[in-house]
Design a protein around this ligand. Structure first.
Ligand code: NAD
Length: 357
């Protein structure tokens, strides 16, 4: 199969980890007989330097014309003090908006080989951690009206409007159900329906849409309970779907319980199958250009792209099991190094994973 992939190399360690993801994708092409065409889409600090803006229109057009976009990470101290409207992260926001990405998927997976990095008790970690948080990305309290005003009595008050329209809830719930269909078919819808009207509507629609997915086992959980269950027994979750503010907090909690920042991918999706795939970490300027970066989060983001945008589940499985195999063999980058293991650089890690495909 031939597919076009937009490549956003980014800043800092970005180009190093992207190169490894491409080596792994090339190995997938060879094994499964596919042909991937890579289209460069400069974004971030490097685009500010070259074009004066963090997201040139041509890069957005490239992303919109490809089957999926792969992003490493952007930003760095060099651009910290430039004019705020052209800072690298503005490019990322513009890209998400321009691609209409309303769903953020963040897998939380603990590789058994890295169990020592898990901050939870061993008996909890041993039950396994492997779930996805599906977070609504462009609605709710972050996008409602924000106001600060002085009341008649002179006291300052502030409010943030949390508004959800039916279509916004329906489309993210559908992403939740579809994600569950591609996994173990268990969906936990997280809300605060005992207090919030937006959550009551959310829960009503979740029950309604469940009729379209009879194979998916749907449960409901209040967000405060979910925060507790994530550290009490994360093995109970397969897919969690929730609104923007709750998802922001729960997805960070979820990534923390799995250990290293260098290991986790994420994806953002909108209508259709086109999505943006990236590791959860930043551009790590402190280790850029030293062959020290862990490319696994980036490589697993490529696996997510194969599964969710390119409908290549076997190919995604091949990458994920290659990562497991390489970790099993004892290879580690510096950030996940442990006694008795063999430390390698970014390139050697990417190469080993490609060879294991
Ligand atoms: P960071 O995630 O870049 O780094 C935090 C720490 O984790 C650093 O010590 C770094 O060396 C380490 N680290 C991160 N990724 C690693 C990897 N793959 N392998 C090994 N170690 C890794 O966060 P930060 O230092 O707060 O931010 C650095 C820059 O990245 C900033 O300019 C920030 O704005 C930007 N940033 C970009 C994104 C994005 O592109 N989506 C996200 C977060 C931060």
């Amino acid at each position: 199969m031939e597919k076009r992939i937009a490549i956003i190399r980014g800043d800092g360690i970005g180009p190093e980890i992207m190169a490894q993801a491409q080596i792994v994708l090339d190995a997938v092409c060879e094994k499964f007989g596919h042909h991937f065409i890579y289209e460069e889409a400069p974004m971030g600090g490097n685009a500010v330097d070259a074009f004066g803006v963090p997201l040139p229109q041509s890069s957005l057009d490239t992303c919109l014309s490809c089957d999926a976009a792969l992003l490493s990470a952007i930003g760095g101290p060099k651009w910290d003090s430039i004019e705020p409207s052209i800072r690298p992260e503005k490019g990322l926001l513009a890209l998400r908006g321009g691609m209409g990405l309303y769903a953020n998927l963040r897998p939380a997976q603990l590789f058994s080989q890295l169990a020592d990095a898990c901050p939870l008790r061993t008996d909890i970690a041993e039950k396994g951690i492997d779930f996805v948080v599906v977070r609504e990305l462009i609605g709710g309290a972050y996008f409602g009206e924000h106001k600060t005003w002085t009341q008649e009595n002179g006291e300052t008050a502030a409010s943030d409007l949390m508004i959800y329209r039916e279509h916004e809830i329906r489309r993210i719930l559908k992403v939740g159900f579809e994600t569950a269909m591609k996994r173990r078919k268990k969906l936990c819808s997280v809300d605060k329906a005992n207090v919030l009207d937006s959550s009551k509507l959310w829960r009503k629609l979740a029950k309604e849409i469940a009729a379209e997915y009879p194979e998916v086992e749907l449960s409901h959980m209040y967000v405060d309970n979910c925060a507790m269950q994530l550290v009490r027994d994360p093995s109970q979750f397969d897919v969690i779907v929730t609104e923007n503010l709750f998802g922001d907090i729960l997805s960070d909690e979820a990534s923390q319980i799995t250990g290293s920042i260098g290991m986790l991918p994420s994806s953002s999706q909108g209508e259709g199958t086109r999505g943006l795939y990236e590791p959860i970490h930043g551009s790590a300027p402190d280790i850029a250009g030293k062959d020290l970066a862990n490319p696994i989060g980036m490589i697993l983001a490529a696996a997510m792209m194969l599964r969710y945008s390119l409908d290549m589940p076997a190919e995604a499985d091949a990458i994920e099991s290659a990562v497991s195999k390489v970790l099993e063999s004892g290879l580690r980058t510096g950030d996940i190094m442990a006694p008795g293991m063999t430390q390698v650089g970014c390139k050697a890690m990417g190469q080993a994973i490609a060879e294991a495909i």
